[in-house]
Design a protein around this ligand. Structure first.
Ligand SMILES: Nc1ncnc2c1ncn2[C@@H]1O[C@H](COP(=O)(O)OP(=O)(O)OP(=O)(O)O)[C@@H](O)[C@H]1O
Ligand SMILES: [Mg+2]
Length: 399
Protein backbone atom coordinates (compact mmCIF):
# COMPACT_ATOMS: atom_id res chain seq x y z
CA UNK A 1 0.00 0.00 0.00
CA UNK A 2 1.25 3.46 -0.76
CA UNK A 3 1.51 6.12 1.92
CA UNK A 4 -1.66 7.53 3.39
CA UNK A 5 -1.01 10.96 1.97
CA UNK A 6 -3.54 10.48 -0.81
CA UNK A 7 -6.22 9.66 1.68
CA UNK A 8 -5.17 12.58 3.79
CA UNK A 9 -5.40 15.26 1.13
CA UNK A 10 -8.46 13.97 -0.65
CA UNK A 11 -10.60 16.60 1.04
CA UNK A 12 -8.33 19.38 -0.16
CA UNK A 13 -5.30 21.01 1.36
CA UNK A 14 -5.18 21.12 5.09
CA UNK A 15 -4.93 24.49 6.73
CA UNK A 16 -3.09 24.96 9.96
CA UNK A 17 -5.61 25.98 12.59
CA UNK A 18 -4.43 28.84 14.75
CA UNK A 19 -4.08 27.99 18.40
CA UNK A 20 -2.63 29.24 21.65
CA UNK A 21 1.17 29.46 21.81
CA UNK A 22 1.52 26.35 23.96
CA UNK A 23 -0.96 23.61 23.32
CA UNK A 24 -2.00 21.71 26.43
CA UNK A 25 -3.01 18.10 26.04
CA UNK A 26 -4.29 15.96 28.89
CA UNK A 27 -3.83 12.20 28.63
CA UNK A 28 -5.71 9.79 30.83
CA UNK A 29 -3.19 7.09 31.75
CA UNK A 30 0.54 7.19 32.37
CA UNK A 31 1.87 4.01 30.78
CA UNK A 32 4.36 3.54 27.96
CA UNK A 33 1.93 4.97 25.39
CA UNK A 34 1.73 8.19 27.39
CA UNK A 35 5.51 8.10 27.80
CA UNK A 36 6.12 7.96 24.06
CA UNK A 37 3.38 10.56 23.46
CA UNK A 38 5.24 12.78 25.91
CA UNK A 39 8.41 12.36 23.85
CA UNK A 40 6.50 13.52 20.77
CA UNK A 41 4.92 16.36 22.76
CA UNK A 42 8.41 17.62 23.61
CA UNK A 43 9.22 17.83 19.88
CA UNK A 44 6.20 20.06 19.30
CA UNK A 45 6.49 22.12 22.47
CA UNK A 46 3.19 20.72 23.66
CA UNK A 47 2.59 20.45 27.39
CA UNK A 48 1.35 16.95 28.13
CA UNK A 49 -0.37 16.42 31.46
CA UNK A 50 -0.98 12.79 32.35
CA UNK A 51 -3.43 11.28 34.81
CA UNK A 52 -1.21 8.57 36.30
CA UNK A 53 -1.82 5.94 38.94
CA UNK A 54 1.56 6.19 40.57
CA UNK A 55 4.87 8.02 40.37
CA UNK A 56 6.33 4.75 39.08
CA UNK A 57 4.25 5.06 35.88
CA UNK A 58 6.28 5.07 32.71
CA UNK A 59 5.26 8.58 31.56
CA UNK A 60 5.94 10.05 34.99
CA UNK A 61 9.48 8.58 34.97
CA UNK A 62 9.93 10.30 31.60
CA UNK A 63 9.21 13.69 33.16
CA UNK A 64 5.65 14.34 31.99
CA UNK A 65 3.61 16.68 34.14
CA UNK A 66 1.27 14.46 36.13
CA UNK A 67 -1.67 14.22 38.49
CA UNK A 68 -2.11 11.04 40.50
CA UNK A 69 -5.51 9.43 40.66
CA UNK A 70 -7.98 7.00 39.20
CA UNK A 71 -9.16 7.25 35.61
CA UNK A 72 -12.79 6.84 36.77
CA UNK A 73 -12.63 9.72 39.25
CA UNK A 74 -15.12 12.15 37.72
CA UNK A 75 -13.92 15.18 39.66
CA UNK A 76 -10.32 14.58 38.71
CA UNK A 77 -11.19 14.07 35.05
CA UNK A 78 -13.06 17.36 34.98
CA UNK A 79 -10.17 19.25 36.55
CA UNK A 80 -7.71 17.66 34.16
CA UNK A 81 -9.87 18.43 31.12
CA UNK A 82 -10.68 21.99 32.15
CA UNK A 83 -6.97 22.71 32.37
CA UNK A 84 -6.26 21.42 28.85
CA UNK A 85 -7.15 22.25 25.25
CA UNK A 86 -7.85 18.61 24.52
CA UNK A 87 -8.21 15.43 26.58
CA UNK A 88 -7.18 12.08 25.18
CA UNK A 89 -6.33 8.58 26.41
CA UNK A 90 -3.63 5.94 26.73
CA UNK A 91 -6.04 3.17 27.80
CA UNK A 92 -9.74 2.32 27.65
CA UNK A 93 -10.70 1.93 31.31
CA UNK A 94 -12.57 5.22 31.38
CA UNK A 95 -16.11 6.27 32.42
CA UNK A 96 -17.87 6.89 29.11
CA UNK A 97 -20.99 8.52 30.58
CA UNK A 98 -18.85 11.00 32.47
CA UNK A 99 -16.92 11.79 29.30
CA UNK A 100 -20.20 12.35 27.44
CA UNK A 101 -21.33 14.78 30.12
CA UNK A 102 -18.00 16.61 30.02
CA UNK A 103 -18.18 16.92 26.23
CA UNK A 104 -21.69 18.38 26.45
CA UNK A 105 -20.28 20.99 28.86
CA UNK A 106 -17.70 22.02 26.26
CA UNK A 107 -14.63 19.90 27.02
CA UNK A 108 -12.78 18.68 23.93
CA UNK A 109 -12.70 14.91 24.54
CA UNK A 110 -10.90 13.19 21.67
CA UNK A 111 -11.84 10.61 20.67
CA UNK A 112 -15.44 11.21 21.72
CA UNK A 113 -17.07 8.66 24.02
CA UNK A 114 -19.33 7.32 21.24
CA UNK A 115 -16.20 6.38 19.29
CA UNK A 116 -14.15 5.30 22.30
CA UNK A 117 -16.77 2.68 23.13
CA UNK A 118 -15.56 0.64 20.14
CA UNK A 119 -12.33 0.05 22.03
CA UNK A 120 -13.96 -0.44 25.46
CA UNK A 121 -16.70 -2.94 24.73
CA UNK A 122 -15.94 -5.96 22.55
CA UNK A 123 -19.61 -6.96 22.29
CA UNK A 124 -20.68 -3.46 21.25
CA UNK A 125 -17.88 -3.33 18.66
CA UNK A 126 -18.75 -6.74 17.16
CA UNK A 127 -22.45 -5.84 16.95
CA UNK A 128 -21.77 -2.36 15.58
CA UNK A 129 -19.57 -3.39 12.68
CA UNK A 130 -21.40 -6.58 11.76
CA UNK A 131 -24.85 -5.02 11.95
CA UNK A 132 -24.50 -2.41 9.23
CA UNK A 133 -26.52 -4.27 6.60
CA UNK A 134 -24.95 -3.74 3.17
CA UNK A 135 -22.04 -1.98 4.86
CA UNK A 136 -21.32 -4.80 7.31
CA UNK A 137 -17.71 -5.67 7.98
CA UNK A 138 -17.03 -9.38 8.52
CA UNK A 139 -16.06 -10.43 12.05
CA UNK A 140 -15.64 -13.89 13.62
CA UNK A 141 -18.98 -15.65 14.28
CA UNK A 142 -20.00 -14.60 17.81
CA UNK A 143 -22.85 -14.35 20.30
CA UNK A 144 -23.18 -12.61 23.67
CA UNK A 145 -23.00 -15.00 26.62
CA UNK A 146 -25.59 -14.75 29.37
CA UNK A 147 -24.73 -18.22 30.68
CA UNK A 148 -23.17 -21.62 29.82
CA UNK A 149 -26.18 -22.65 27.71
CA UNK A 150 -25.41 -19.91 25.18
CA UNK A 151 -21.90 -21.26 24.76
CA UNK A 152 -23.14 -24.86 24.46
CA UNK A 153 -25.60 -23.85 21.72
CA UNK A 154 -22.89 -21.88 19.92
CA UNK A 155 -20.43 -24.81 20.09
CA UNK A 156 -23.16 -27.05 18.71
CA UNK A 157 -23.20 -24.90 15.56
CA UNK A 158 -19.52 -23.97 15.29
CA UNK A 159 -17.71 -26.83 17.03
CA UNK A 160 -15.14 -26.93 19.84
CA UNK A 161 -12.95 -25.27 20.87
CA UNK A 162 -14.57 -21.85 21.21
CA UNK A 163 -13.02 -18.57 22.28
CA UNK A 164 -14.47 -16.74 25.26
CA UNK A 165 -13.70 -13.03 25.46
CA UNK A 166 -14.32 -10.70 28.34
CA UNK A 167 -16.48 -7.88 27.08
CA UNK A 168 -14.50 -5.17 28.91
CA UNK A 169 -11.00 -4.62 30.16
CA UNK A 170 -8.99 -7.37 28.43
CA UNK A 171 -5.52 -6.77 27.01
CA UNK A 172 -2.45 -8.81 26.09
CA UNK A 173 -4.63 -11.90 25.90
CA UNK A 174 -5.97 -11.42 29.45
CA UNK A 175 -9.68 -11.95 29.10
CA UNK A 176 -9.29 -14.23 26.03
CA UNK A 177 -9.73 -17.94 26.81
CA UNK A 178 -9.82 -20.90 24.46
CA UNK A 179 -12.34 -23.34 25.93
CA UNK A 180 -12.25 -26.95 24.79
CA UNK A 181 -15.32 -28.24 26.63
CA UNK A 182 -18.30 -27.31 28.78
CA UNK A 183 -16.32 -27.76 32.01
CA UNK A 184 -13.80 -25.15 30.87
CA UNK A 185 -16.67 -22.79 30.02
CA UNK A 186 -18.14 -23.23 33.51
CA UNK A 187 -14.79 -22.38 35.06
CA UNK A 188 -14.39 -19.21 33.00
CA UNK A 189 -17.94 -17.98 33.52
CA UNK A 190 -17.77 -18.52 37.26
CA UNK A 191 -15.26 -15.64 37.49
CA UNK A 192 -17.27 -12.67 38.65
CA UNK A 193 -16.84 -9.68 36.32
CA UNK A 194 -19.60 -7.36 37.56
CA UNK A 195 -21.52 -5.00 35.27
CA UNK A 196 -24.94 -5.23 33.64
CA UNK A 197 -25.88 -7.77 30.98
CA UNK A 198 -23.61 -10.31 29.32
CA UNK A 199 -19.99 -9.86 30.34
CA UNK A 200 -18.59 -12.41 27.88
CA UNK A 201 -18.71 -12.98 24.15
CA UNK A 202 -18.16 -16.40 22.63
CA UNK A 203 -16.68 -16.65 19.18
CA UNK A 204 -15.50 -19.28 16.73
CA UNK A 205 -11.94 -20.48 17.18
CA UNK A 206 -10.12 -19.46 14.01
CA UNK A 207 -7.18 -21.00 12.22
CA UNK A 208 -5.25 -17.80 11.75
CA UNK A 209 -2.85 -17.42 8.80
CA UNK A 210 -1.89 -13.82 9.60
CA UNK A 211 -2.74 -10.93 11.87
CA UNK A 212 -2.20 -7.30 11.03
CA UNK A 213 -3.20 -3.82 12.10
CA UNK A 214 -4.29 -0.82 10.06
CA UNK A 215 -3.50 2.48 11.74
CA UNK A 216 -5.57 5.46 10.71
CA UNK A 217 -5.33 8.97 12.10
CA UNK A 218 -8.42 11.13 11.83
CA UNK A 219 -8.78 14.78 12.77
CA UNK A 220 -11.91 16.66 13.86
CA UNK A 221 -11.91 18.38 10.44
CA UNK A 222 -12.36 14.92 8.88
CA UNK A 223 -8.91 14.41 7.37
CA UNK A 224 -7.52 10.91 7.55
CA UNK A 225 -4.04 9.49 7.12
CA UNK A 226 -3.54 5.74 6.79
CA UNK A 227 -0.32 3.89 7.56
CA UNK A 228 1.08 0.97 5.60
CA UNK A 229 -0.16 -2.36 7.05
CA UNK A 230 1.68 -3.66 10.11
CA UNK A 231 2.04 -7.41 10.57
CA UNK A 232 1.65 -8.57 14.17
CA UNK A 233 2.66 -11.87 15.71
CA UNK A 234 0.90 -12.84 18.93
CA UNK A 235 2.13 -15.65 21.19
CA UNK A 236 -0.32 -16.72 23.89
CA UNK A 237 -2.32 -13.56 23.24
CA UNK A 238 0.63 -11.17 23.69
CA UNK A 239 2.03 -9.24 20.77
CA UNK A 240 5.67 -10.30 20.32
CA UNK A 241 6.75 -9.02 16.91
CA UNK A 242 5.78 -6.43 14.30
CA UNK A 243 6.74 -6.08 10.67
CA UNK A 244 6.14 -3.33 8.16
CA UNK A 245 5.02 -3.61 5.46
CA UNK A 246 2.98 -6.69 6.36
CA UNK A 247 3.26 -9.39 3.72
CA UNK A 248 -0.30 -9.27 2.36
CA UNK A 249 -2.00 -8.98 -1.02
CA UNK A 250 -2.67 -5.37 -1.98
CA UNK A 251 -6.44 -5.94 -2.29
CA UNK A 252 -6.60 -7.26 1.29
CA UNK A 253 -4.80 -4.18 2.58
CA UNK A 254 -7.00 -1.82 0.59
CA UNK A 255 -10.16 -3.55 1.79
CA UNK A 256 -9.04 -3.44 5.42
CA UNK A 257 -8.10 0.24 5.16
CA UNK A 258 -11.38 1.16 3.46
CA UNK A 259 -13.39 -0.59 6.18
CA UNK A 260 -11.34 1.05 8.91
CA UNK A 261 -11.80 4.55 7.48
CA UNK A 262 -15.51 4.14 6.93
CA UNK A 263 -16.10 2.90 10.48
CA UNK A 264 -14.07 5.77 11.93
CA UNK A 265 -15.99 8.27 9.85
CA UNK A 266 -19.25 6.64 10.95
CA UNK A 267 -18.50 7.19 14.64
CA UNK A 268 -16.60 10.46 14.07
CA UNK A 269 -13.45 9.09 15.72
CA UNK A 270 -10.46 11.37 16.19
CA UNK A 271 -6.84 10.67 17.00
CA UNK A 272 -4.93 7.59 16.00
CA UNK A 273 -6.95 4.38 15.79
CA UNK A 274 -5.61 0.86 15.34
CA UNK A 275 -7.90 -1.68 13.72
CA UNK A 276 -6.73 -5.28 14.19
CA UNK A 277 -7.55 -7.85 11.51
CA UNK A 278 -7.27 -11.62 11.09
CA UNK A 279 -6.66 -13.45 7.82
CA UNK A 280 -7.80 -17.05 8.25
CA UNK A 281 -6.33 -20.21 6.71
CA UNK A 282 -9.44 -20.43 4.52
CA UNK A 283 -8.85 -16.91 3.17
CA UNK A 284 -11.34 -14.81 5.16
CA UNK A 285 -10.46 -11.25 6.15
CA UNK A 286 -12.10 -10.55 9.54
CA UNK A 287 -12.01 -7.47 11.74
CA UNK A 288 -10.86 -8.37 15.25
CA UNK A 289 -10.79 -5.28 17.45
CA UNK A 290 -10.17 -1.55 17.81
CA UNK A 291 -7.84 0.57 19.90
CA UNK A 292 -8.71 4.27 19.87
CA UNK A 293 -5.30 5.46 20.98
CA UNK A 294 -1.68 4.85 20.08
CA UNK A 295 -1.21 1.09 19.82
CA UNK A 296 1.57 -1.42 20.34
CA UNK A 297 1.65 -2.15 16.59
CA UNK A 298 2.34 1.52 15.93
CA UNK A 299 5.62 1.52 17.86
CA UNK A 300 7.24 0.48 14.62
CA UNK A 301 6.24 3.82 13.05
CA UNK A 302 8.67 5.64 15.38
CA UNK A 303 11.54 4.83 13.06
CA UNK A 304 9.92 3.22 10.02
CA UNK A 305 7.49 5.96 8.93
CA UNK A 306 7.73 9.65 8.15
CA UNK A 307 5.44 10.55 11.06
CA UNK A 308 5.27 8.41 14.19
CA UNK A 309 1.90 7.37 15.60
CA UNK A 310 2.59 9.49 18.69
CA UNK A 311 3.26 12.68 16.77
CA UNK A 312 0.29 11.88 14.57
CA UNK A 313 -2.02 11.30 17.51
CA UNK A 314 -1.18 14.73 18.93
CA UNK A 315 -1.62 16.39 15.53
CA UNK A 316 -4.95 14.64 15.03
CA UNK A 317 -6.49 15.44 18.42
CA UNK A 318 -5.35 19.06 18.15
CA UNK A 319 -6.81 19.30 14.64
CA UNK A 320 -3.39 20.18 13.26
CA UNK A 321 -2.35 19.07 9.76
CA UNK A 322 -1.68 15.34 9.70
CA UNK A 323 1.76 14.07 8.76
CA UNK A 324 2.72 11.82 5.87
CA UNK A 325 2.62 8.15 6.76
CA UNK A 326 4.94 6.70 4.13
CA UNK A 327 7.39 3.91 4.87
CA UNK A 328 11.03 4.99 5.10
CA UNK A 329 12.45 1.46 5.09
CA UNK A 330 11.22 -2.07 5.79
CA UNK A 331 11.35 -2.66 9.53
CA UNK A 332 10.68 -5.10 12.34
CA UNK A 333 10.01 -4.61 16.03
CA UNK A 334 10.44 -7.15 18.82
CA UNK A 335 8.71 -6.45 22.13
CA UNK A 336 10.76 -6.98 25.27
CA UNK A 337 8.51 -9.08 27.48
CA UNK A 338 9.74 -9.77 31.00
CA UNK A 339 9.95 -13.35 32.23
CA UNK A 340 10.30 -14.75 35.73
CA UNK A 341 14.08 -14.32 35.59
CA UNK A 342 14.05 -10.67 34.48
CA UNK A 343 15.13 -8.32 37.26
CA UNK A 344 16.08 -5.30 35.16
CA UNK A 345 17.09 -4.53 31.60
CA UNK A 346 19.33 -1.50 31.85
CA UNK A 347 22.56 -3.36 32.59
CA UNK A 348 22.20 -5.37 29.38
CA UNK A 349 21.46 -2.35 27.23
CA UNK A 350 25.05 -1.94 25.98
CA UNK A 351 25.02 -5.57 24.77
CA UNK A 352 21.89 -4.88 22.71
CA UNK A 353 23.27 -1.62 21.40
CA UNK A 354 26.30 -3.48 20.09
CA UNK A 355 24.02 -4.89 17.37
CA UNK A 356 24.41 -2.37 14.55
CA UNK A 357 21.54 -0.15 13.55
CA UNK A 358 18.91 -1.02 16.15
CA UNK A 359 16.67 1.36 18.06
CA UNK A 360 15.97 0.43 21.67
CA UNK A 361 13.10 1.81 23.75
CA UNK A 362 12.96 0.93 27.45
CA UNK A 363 9.84 1.90 29.34
CA UNK A 364 11.32 2.00 32.88
CA UNK A 365 8.63 -0.39 34.06
CA UNK A 366 9.18 -2.88 36.86
CA UNK A 367 9.60 -6.25 35.17
CA UNK A 368 6.85 -8.72 35.95
CA UNK A 369 6.44 -11.96 34.00
CA UNK A 370 4.47 -11.32 30.81
CA UNK A 371 4.80 -7.53 31.07
CA UNK A 372 5.98 -5.50 28.08
CA UNK A 373 8.94 -3.49 29.33
CA UNK A 374 10.41 -2.19 26.09
CA UNK A 375 10.87 -2.82 22.39
CA UNK A 376 13.60 -2.96 19.78
CA UNK A 377 13.18 -1.86 16.17
CA UNK A 378 15.54 -2.48 13.27
CA UNK A 379 15.33 -1.04 9.76
CA UNK A 380 16.88 -2.91 6.83
CA UNK A 381 16.60 -3.52 3.10
CA UNK A 382 14.09 -6.29 3.73
CA UNK A 383 11.68 -7.29 6.48
CA UNK A 384 13.41 -10.66 7.19
CA UNK A 385 16.75 -8.92 7.57
CA UNK A 386 15.23 -6.33 9.92
CA UNK A 387 13.53 -9.07 11.93
CA UNK A 388 16.74 -11.01 12.35
CA UNK A 389 18.58 -7.95 13.61
CA UNK A 390 15.79 -6.89 15.98
CA UNK A 391 15.58 -10.43 17.40
CA UNK A 392 19.32 -10.59 17.93
CA UNK A 393 19.29 -7.34 19.88
CA UNK A 394 16.15 -8.25 21.85
CA UNK A 395 17.60 -11.64 22.85
CA UNK A 396 20.56 -9.89 24.45
CA UNK A 397 18.29 -8.53 27.17
CA UNK A 398 17.42 -12.01 28.36
CA UNK A 399 19.88 -14.57 29.71
N1 LIG B 1 -11.44 -16.17 17.62
C1 LIG B 1 -10.12 -16.38 17.75
N2 LIG B 1 -9.56 -17.51 17.25
C2 LIG B 1 -8.23 -17.75 17.40
N3 LIG B 1 -7.38 -16.92 18.02
C3 LIG B 1 -7.88 -15.77 18.52
C4 LIG B 1 -9.27 -15.44 18.42
N4 LIG B 1 -9.47 -14.25 19.00
C5 LIG B 1 -8.27 -13.85 19.45
N5 LIG B 1 -7.31 -14.75 19.18
C6 LIG B 1 -5.87 -14.61 19.50
O1 LIG B 1 -5.73 -13.96 20.75
C7 LIG B 1 -5.08 -12.69 20.57
C8 LIG B 1 -5.66 -11.67 21.53
O2 LIG B 1 -7.03 -11.47 21.21
P1 LIG B 1 -7.68 -10.03 21.16
O3 LIG B 1 -6.88 -9.17 20.25
O4 LIG B 1 -9.11 -10.23 20.81
O5 LIG B 1 -7.58 -9.62 22.68
P2 LIG B 1 -6.79 -8.57 23.58
O6 LIG B 1 -6.21 -9.30 24.72
O7 LIG B 1 -7.76 -7.49 23.86
O8 LIG B 1 -5.65 -8.02 22.67
P3 LIG B 1 -4.83 -6.66 22.79
O9 LIG B 1 -3.62 -6.96 23.62
O10 LIG B 1 -4.49 -6.43 21.33
O11 LIG B 1 -5.74 -5.63 23.37
C9 LIG B 1 -5.28 -12.35 19.10
O12 LIG B 1 -4.29 -11.46 18.64
C10 LIG B 1 -5.20 -13.73 18.46
O13 LIG B 1 -3.85 -14.13 18.30
MG1 LIG C 1 -5.80 -7.56 20.17
Amino acid sequence: MSSGVEAMVRDGDQRAASSAPTARVAMVGGGQLARMTHQAAIDYGIELHVLAQSTADSAVSAGARYTLGRADDAGLLRRLASDADVTTFDHELVPLDELRAMASEGCAIRPRADALVLGCDKLFAREAVSGLGDHSVPVPAFVPVAGPADVAAFAERHGWPVVLKARHGGYDGRGVVIAHDAAAVERVLSTERGGDGPQWVVEEHLDIAAEFAVLVARSPSGYTATYPPIGTLQVEGICRELTIPADLPEEVVQQAATWARSILEGVDATGIVAVEYFVTDDGRLLLNEFALRPHNSGHITLEACTTSQFHQHLRAVLDWPLGATGLLRPAATVNLIADAATTELASRLPLALAVPDVHVHLYQKAPRPGRKVGHVTALADSVPEALERARTAADRFFG
